[in-house]
Design a binder for this molecule. Structure first.
Ligand SMILES: [Zn+2]
Length: 403
């Protein structure tokens, strides 16, 4: 009996457990930051230092390949990991965090909004995940626009590519509710909804997001839930898009948190976004939500060169305008370090769509990092309402901001 117990504890602690580390790294030069971005995901950069939470594989890799940059580290969590989710388990956020929307709750909000407001809202599904969950969203526009032959400019909001970034589900849900619920009372909202084609998809990676709250404890999970081999799961969806894929700031090792996948668009979730965007020729603007750091990012991410021309002026002006409301720092994605295969490099590089990435609140790991608590939800929603309405407005003609 005792032997069995020892065997079981040995098995569960050494085989199905993975340690997560908090690391503090020296990264004064861009070369150092680029070197690190090939190994880990950089959560936060301040004054020549990087702070990140990394998985065990990436941590060991850091110790081997960049020991001179590692200032300090400590183990923050021991999680039992890497088993597929089964069946229709009931998911809920950890105690005190129930205000966050689970996948089922998010679907219900979208469904209820649509059912109650069929004239302006339509439930959409853009694809299916590895674990066969539907990737759902909502289309908000006056129904006459659905069959109109006139050009109606389109905008797309995306949330939760990365599993643990739960606030990035909340902001797009808030926007959907706000638009629908204020349609009658607000002339401004009515004008926007009547003249724009607005798509909102709050959870691109439901498998990962649910895995992250499994058993009501956070797992610090980032990737999707592709099973690669026994105990090795996940592709970093925001390194899997097919524009200059695998040209820096991502990893070819499946155990890394920045694993870019076998080939560009190897994942059902990124394929769903690709197919959707390519089926909507009216899309002019996109906004993809992530956390954390309080940044407004625009292309390029895969190289240091600015995009140049009038487009660069448009990106810069829009980012600056939006930063006045949310207080986030506007910059090009590669300002801090190179990362390739992200949503916005592809959307702009391939389709000329003005695509922004928001790294939402909080600003630092000390304020909670990926898990700042439910009290942040309202604050972050309110801070980003005006930037989102601004983008919807500018969708008519983004170049107008510099003319
Ligand atoms: Zn992210």
């Amino acid at each position: 009996m005792k032997l069995i117990f020892i065997l079981i504890s040995f098995y569960s602690s050494t085989i199905f457990a993975e340690d997560i580390y908090w690391v503090h790294l020296k990264a004064e030069t861009k070369q150092q930051r680029n070197q690190l971005a090939n190994i880990i995901h950089i959560d936060q950069y301040i004054d020549g230092k990087i702070y990140s939470t990394v998985n065990e594989f990436d941590y060991n890799n850091l110790k081997i390949n960049a020991p001179e940059l590692l200032i300090e580290s400590h183990k923050i969590e021991n999680i039992s990991t890497n088993r597929a989710l089964v069946g229709d388990e009931v998911f809920e956020f950890p105690k005190g965090e129930e205000k966050f929307h689970t996948y089922a709750e998010a679907n219900k909000v979208l469904q209820d909004l649509t059912t109650a407001n069929p004239d302006i809202a339509e439930f959409i599904t853009i694809g299916e995940t590895h674990e066969k969950r539907k990737i759902n969203g909502i289309r908000i526009t006056h129904k006459k626009n659905r069959s109109s032959k006139n050009f109606i400019p389109g905008i797309l909001f995306l949330g939760t590519h990365h599993a643990r970034e739960h606030i990035s589900t909340e902001v797009p849900i808030f926007l959907a509710k706000y638009l629908v619920e204020n349609y009658k009372a607000s002339e401004n909202i009515r004008k926007l909804v009547d003249s724009r084609d607005i798509y909102i998809i709050p959870i691109i990676n439901p498998d990962g997001a649910l895995y992250d709250i499994k058993s009501r404890s956070y797992k610090m999970w980032r990737k999707n839930r592709r099973k690669i081999k026994r105990r090795t799961y996940g592709v970093d969806l925001n390194r899997n898009y097919g524009f200059e894929w695998n040209t820096g700031g991502s990893s070819s090792n499946p155990r890394s948190d920045v694993y870019h996948g076998k080939h560009p668009f190897s994942e059902p979730e990124s394929i769903a976004v690709k197919d959707f965007v390519e089926s909507k020729s009216n899309l002019r603007v996109m906004l993809s939500f992530h956390t954390y750091s309080e940044l407004i990012l625009y292309p390029w991410g895969h190289k240091n060169d600015p995009i140049g021309g009038r487009e660069e002026e448009v990106f810069k002006k829009m980012a600056k305008d939006m930063s006045k409301w949310n207080g986030y720092t506007p910059q090009s994605s590669s300002d801090l370090y190179i990362a390739s295969g992200d949503t916005c490099d592809w959307a702009f590089g391939e389709h000329g769509i003005f695509c922004f990435t928001f790294e939402l609140s909080p600003k630092t790991y000390g304020e909670g990092g990926f898990y700042p608590g439910a009290r942040y939800i309202d604050v972050v929603n309110q801070a980003n309402l005006k930037p989102m309405l601004y983008l919807i407005d500018k969708t008519m003609n983004p170049y107008q901001v510099i003319d």
